[in-house]
Write a protein that binds this ligand. Sequence first.
Ligand code: ADP
Length: 221
Amino acid sequence: MRDVSKLFSNGTLALKGMSLDVRAGEFISLLGPSGCGKSTALRIIAGLGSPSSGTINWPSSRINAKGLPEGDVGFVFQDPTLMPWATVFDNVHLPLKLRGVSKGDARDKIMEGLEAVGLADFAKSYPRELSGGMKMRVSIARAMVTKPRLLLMDEPFAALDEITRQKLNDDVLRLWQQNGVTVIFVTHSVYESAYLSSRIVVMRARPGQVYSDMDIPQPDG
Ligand code: ADP
């Protein structure tokens, strides 16, 4: 990302001149207080929103006509966003289905993905039968089933209890190590970012926005 800014139509300047280089295989945490623009940055990287100014540069061999790395990015949202009427198996099939891969042809990949998150026995279950942590695991399996080179996660475990969260952190670390995927992980947890990542990128709110009431100590001189 080079000098990326995002001005929403309501006048909110969500990002101002953000630059970031991501190397293949890194596990980056984007750390910062609520409202500092972490989600906005992630969505722009994913192509889910466009920057008002600045550029996103991908390795030129992997981009489509829109300048986006199609099929190469997996996204995990804070909410698992599963289809309630579909089984776990069918939920994980979705990204492959959208690419024209039938259930039969996708079967091995789907089961491999469910095994990787410990849910192979729940392929025929429906989301309502699963705990919050299990739903999040399905969401991760769905994001990984296309074998993306880049996995973007937007505060994926914020709604979960500490123990479940710790287990899922270990799942994510294992997936990262086994798949060689590059990860950008948005969090406001200093602990989580230190536990997970090879690099922590700290984002700050604009002065006067979030920190206006806080007394930030200044270095002498
Ligand atoms: P974070 O993920 O760090 O909590 P966000 O990227 O969600 O921060 O939001 C950054 C700022 O942009 C916030 O002030 C938020 O209210 C604002 N914002 C986010 N999305 C929109 C939108 N679609 N329209 C207007 N303002 C938005």
